[in-house]
Structure formats: C-alpha cells, structure tokens
Design a protein around this ligand. Structure first.
Ligand SMILES: C[S@@+](CC[C@H](N)C(=O)[O-])C[C@H]1O[C@@H](n2cnc3c(N)ncnc32)[C@H](O)[C@@H]1O
Length: 289
C-alpha cells in the first residue's frame, strides 16, 4: 500500500515546517508552478515583477533540493519562453541538467503575428548529482508514420520529445478527464493529464518511493503515484483545491485510471517491476492519443 499526505499552505513554509514528512527523503518532484502570466489564482499574484518571481522559484528549488535523496529527480514544467531562466535557477540551486523535454501539444497552438505559433511546453528534467538513482527506459507503442516501410515489432524508446500526450486545456477535446463543476466548467484551468505524470513517475521512481508536488493543484501527481504504489506528498495553498484533491483520491474516477494505458508501454523490459503490475485489473486499453 502507498501513503499520501496533502498539506494545505505555502510550499516554502511547509517544506520548512513539516520536516517529519520529508525525513525519509524525496525521490522525485514534479514542479508545475503558476507561470506568472496573469492568470487568475485565488491565492497567488500571477503578475509579479520577473525578478521577484524567479527568486521565489529559486527558493522553492533550494528547499526541494534539501529534502531530495542523492540521485533524486525533478521535472520542472514551464512556458517555452522561460527555458533560459528555468535552466539557470536549477543550475544555481545545485541541480544537474539531464534533458529539456518538449511536450508538444496535440490540439492547441497559440498564434502570433510576427513569429511562429507556440505549440509546446518545456519540462526540464534534472537530478541531485550527476547520475539519476533510477531511470527506467520506457518503450512505447508509437504509431508508425505513413512513410515507414516496415512495422515495428517492439515499440520505441521514449525520446525527449513527447507528442503523444493530450493536454486538458482545449475544451471539447479534453474529454472526461478535466474535473468540472455542475455548470460543466473546469474547476482548475491548469490540471495536468494523468498520462503525463504517469510517464514521469514511471521513468524516475520505483514502487515504494516518495513523490513530491509542491504545487499540487487538483492532485494529479498524487492520484497517479497512489495507483503506482508510490508514496506522495502534495502541497497546495488553495483550500478549495485541497478539497478537490481529497475527493479525487477518495472516489477514483474512471478517467483517472492509468491501467488503460498499460498496453501502450508493454514493450518496456521491466514494466511489471516498475508498474507493480502483478494484480493489474485488465480494463479496456486506450491509446494515448
Ligand atoms: C499550475 S497549478 C498546478 C496544477 C497541477 N499540476 C494539477 O495537475 O492540477 C499551480 C498550483 O499552485 C498553487 N499555488 C500557488 N502558490 C502556491 C504556494 N505558494 N504554495 C503552494 N501552492 C501554491 C495554485 O493554487 C495552483 O493550484
């Protein structure tokens, strides 16, 4: 069984105060902070001077570094235009760069009058120390491009371009996965897809490890970690979102069930071990796209 903790409050305060939760060390952190792009948050000013914003995130990174075990990983998601700042503050807080992952959106692109439209977000994967303590080389059953002559017999290894995970921010295309209120509106505009967290957690942890999300939002990280038998700690400042996380974990929704994607990863050599899949209930398998 895995354990989860939901802490309501400011992540820096919680990382300072709640030492007992972090005593055993964190193996993986997913960092998806507000992007300082003028979005409406009830407990966060998303229009701050740039320097204030980046210094604040630098402090978060330092605190996370302190509680992370040697070789532990961080995946820091941001807007593509902030790649330079993200890589800089990771380096300045001691993290060692591993990959700049491009998460290419499937349905949404932001047009621009005088440069190319934007269609991806970045995720910087870094570690405490030069070598990750865990890195599971996942294989996926990516569809074969029309111009390929031969079928693949055992899938392909994942690269640093992820173009097979659908974002949840595109209205109708987002399907059932976004959590909605009684009027059908999404309760959190930045909810991450379970398929994204599943990939990150499978790549950089083993069953029994502990995953931290300092900006937990709707709790996607905890929901996925729990299914994969990883322990998790989520920190979220907004009490309304904390309630959503609690409900989401208590009453599992079919659209959050990650076993629908098991087949897509079936060519991974050690999948049974990293997924802890002996008792996996076989449900209808879905492609990621
Ligand atoms: C981009 S969202 C994360 C969404 C999340 N990945 C999900 O799947 O739902 C950022 C979250 O950080 C929260 N937040 C903002 N400032 C915070 C702080 N100082 N400490 C903890 N959480 C904070 C916001 O309320 C928001 O829910």
């Amino acid at each position: 069984m895995s354990d989860y903790q939901i802490l309501q409050g400011d992540c820096i305060e919680k990382l300072n105060e709640s030492r007992t939760y972090f005593m055993c060390g964190i193996q993986l952190t997913f960092l998806d902070p507000p992007f300082n792009q003028g979005k409406e948050y009830r407990y966060f000013n998303d229009t701050q001077p740039k320097e204030t914003y980046w210094n604040w995130l630098k402090e978060v990174l330092s605190k996370v570094y302190e509680v992370t075990v040697d070789g532990g990983a961080i995946y820091f998601m941001q807007r593509e235009k902030n790649a330079e700042q993200v890589i800089r503050i990771l380096r300045e807080t001691g993290w060692i760069f591993q990959n700049l992952i491009i998460w290419k959106k499937k349905t949404s692109a932001v047009p621009n009058g005088f440069r190319f439209s934007k269609q991806h977000q970045i995720i910087v994967f870094s570690t405490k120390g030069r070598k990750p303590r865990v890195f599971n080389k996942l294989r996926i059953d990516l569809p074969i491009p029309a111009e390929y002559k031969y079928k693949r017999v055992n899938g392909v290894y994942l690269t640093d371009v992820w173009d097979d995970i659908r974002e949840l921010t595109s209205g109708y295309f987002a399907g059932n996965e976004p959590i909605r209120d009684i009027n059908g509106s999404r309760v959190h505009k930045q909810q991450s897809p379970v398929a994204l967290l599943m990939r990150i957690i499978l790549s950089s942890t083993l069953p029994g490890d502990t995953v931290l999300d300092p900006f937990a939002g709707t709790g996607t990280t905890l929901v996925v970690a729990h299914q994969l038998l990883r322990n998790s700690i989520g920190i979220e400042i907004d009490p309304d979102y904390v309630k959503i996380i609690e409900e989401r974990l208590k009453y599992p929704r079919p659209s959050d069930n990650i076993s629908q994607y098991y087949n897509y990863y079936r060519y991974t050599e050690n999948l049974k071990e990293v997924w802890h899949a002996e008792n996996l209930a076989i449900i209808e398998q879905r492609r990621l796209f």
